[in-house]
Design a protein around this ligand. Structure first.
Ligand SMILES: [Zn+2]
Length: 156
């Protein structure tokens, strides 16, 4: 399942990418363009914008869309997970959290000098985004995110 995430729920895009879901951020204010892109790319629309649900393609079910409520991105994520029966898989090495581009594995030797020395010494696994060149490794932030997702899963 692929998503087109409206700017009004933009934080959802990063969270979905952490779970390995292709979640493209739609940067625009034109509902028509949003709907057109989602249809063309087979994406489910996630938005707070009620106007989208007035559209014929959505009413007829030709385009799947979910209306997101509330401000807390984690509670928004739970709405998506429950609506589409997803799993809280934590897949931190699948997609660049910024670009939504699949990450590529890098040998340890390749990242020497590109990551802080303590990271180089303590980590064995590295991935890189081919678009923005950002490097990823298992850091404390991701451990924290893993716990957050597991916590969400445990709640009713
Ligand atoms: Zn990137």
């Amino acid at each position: 399942m692929k998503f087109l995430v409206d700017m009004n729920v933009g934080k959802l895009a990063r969270l979905l990418r952490m779970m390995g879901y292709d979640a493209l951020l739609f940067q625009g204010h034109d509902d028509g363009a949003l709907v057109k892109r989602a249809l063309a790319e087979g994406r489910v629309v996630l938005t707070k914008d009620g106007q989208v649900f007035q559209r014929r393609v959505v009413r007829l079910g030709r385009l799947k869309a979910l209306r997101i409520e509330g401000e807390d991105p984690f509670l928004q994520l739970r709405q998506v997970v429950e609506a589409f029966r997803l799993k809280y898989d934590y897949r931190p090495f699948s997609l660049c959290l910024e670009c939504n581009v699949p990450l590529e594995p890098r040998a340890k030797e390749e990242v020497r000098g590109l990551v802080p020395p303590f990271v180089y010494e303590s980590q064995e696994e590295f991935h890189q985004c081919p678009a923005c060149k950002r490097l990823y490794w298992r850091g404390t932030h991701w451990q924290h995110m893993g716990r957050v997702l597991r916590g969400l899963e445990g709640k009713p």
